[in-house]
Design a protein around this ligand. Structure first.
Ligand code: GLA
Length: 401
């Protein structure tokens, strides 16, 4: 949702922190005080479960936003999006939404800090990175996390990582206006190299799960369909889930969220109480939580093939019951099912476009990408972009003055 999408065939000059620092110097005629790196995320399974107090299994990846910052002597906030040489100027005495989206992620975080009583100063900020935007890799969460992390370091607020995650999520909920759950910001902040994070969104307890890929790789195929429908439909899905919970509570007052519902409640109680569409949404969420738990057991046994089957089942639920897929995503998963080298695939993130995530046997990557790309281009006119990603550490300082 933030900086521009890039083809892997045209490597960006700005993927490195040093390039962002250089742009900062050129623009602001001084050195940045701190440079922070904040990753995008994938989600292995557990989609649209976070705001239903369920489980998710995301991981931070080796595609990042870099943010360089220093203090100013006045009340001005000057931002530079180094990837597309765009600037934005404002002040911390009057936060306003921008006609462009990217400054809102920065202003949203700063406003949240101010609302919580943390004193701000004027700031110069430059951002850049290599997370493709609109691909479902949470470039916006990475940006929010980089802002809160950098300002916390710069101004010495002493915030914990969990505080920062909540502030980043609140910025998206209240300033940007997307009622996202906590997964993306959490994954970006708490990521750990070679690990996924099993997060229980009810109590925010988490566990690092070693994700040993052996002879497999994580392949993302980006449809390049941008999710323009996404935020409106996303908020509608939330409301439908809440409607299901309200109905269930009439019979089961202990149900506070879909996390507390089970299959029997959905099939024998909810089905007759709500429209089919609400029943379908709730059925999907309850099943996805179960799938994730069985999938994690498979991972603990090192059974990646078993885990992959759950990914395919997750896609079917997202497409047929939760209805957040699109023809391009469905087609990529359909093609993946025919490839012996792909043991699991599904759409990833909020939906209506973006990427599929595929677990693929390494030696076959090139040949499979070629075959799927050709078939996809035959139907939709252009090949999907492909990215191999590795699981990486969360938001951190890369250089401090
Ligand atoms: C978006 C939101 C997340 C989560 C996913 C779907 O990425 O930001 O909070 O709800 O969609 O799993």
């Amino acid at each position: 949702m933030t900086p521009s999408a890039k083809s892997p065939k045209v490597p960006s000059l700005l993927t490195s922190q040093s390039a962002v620092a250089q742009k900062f110097r050129e623009r602001f005629k001084s050195d940045p005080t701190i440079i922070v790196s904040s990753p995008g995320r994938i989600n292995l399974i557990g989609e649209h479960t976070d705001y239903n107090n369920g489980f998710v299994l995301p991981a931070a990846i080796d595609k990042t936003i870099s943010l360089a910052v220093s203090q100013r002597d006045d009340d001005q906030l000057h931002f530079l999006a180094a990837d597309f040489n765009d600037i934005h100027a404002g002040t911390y005495t009057d936060f306003r939404k921008s006609t462009k989206l990217w400054p809102d992620y920065i202003n949203g975080v700063l406003q949240q800090l101010q609302e919580r009583g943390f004193p701000l100063t004027g700031l110069n900020i430059a951002i850049g990175g290599d997370i493709p935007s609109g691909a479902g890799l949470s470039s916006s969460a990475a940006l929010e996390c980089s802002v809160v992390f950098a300002v916390n370091e710069l101004l010495g607020y002493g915030l914990s990582k969990m505080d920062m995650v909540r502030i980043a999520q609140a910025a998206e909920n209240h300033f940007v206006g997307v009622k996202c759950g906590i997964m993306d910001q959490f994954a970006s902040m708490f990521g750990k190299k070679n690990h996924a994070i099993l997060l229980d969104c009810r109590n925010l307890k988490y566990e690092y799960v070693p994700f040993d890929l052996h002879q497999y790789a994580i392949l993302l195929l980006d449809t390049q369909v941008k999710h323009s429908l996404a935020s409106g439909e996303y908020n509608i899905r939330r409301e439908q889930c809440e409607m299901g919970v309200r109905a269930l509570r009439k019979i089961y007052p202990q149900v506070e969220s879909l996390r507390d519902a089970n299959r029997a409640m959905i099939e024998y109680t909810l089905r007759d109480m709500v429209p089919d569409v609400v029943y379908n949404r709730c059925k999907y969420v309850v099943e996805e939580n179960l799938r994730l738990q069985v999938g994690c057991e498979a991972l603990r046994r090192n059974d990646l093939v078993g885990f992959g089957k759950k990914m395919y089942a997750s896609h079917t639920g997202l497409s047929k019951l939760y209805e957040v897929s699109c023809p391009e995503l469905d087609y990529l998963v359909e093609l993946a099912r025919e490839e012996h080298a792909i043991i699991g695939a599904r759409m990833m993130g909020g939906g209506f476009g973006g990427c599929t995530i595929n677990l693929i046997r390494k030696p076959y990557i090139n040949e499979v990408v070629q075959r799927l790309g050709d078939a996809f281009a035959n139907r939709f006119g252009q090949k999907p972009l492909s990215h191999i990603c590795n699981l990486s550490d969360g938001t951190h300082v890369v250089s401090a003055g």
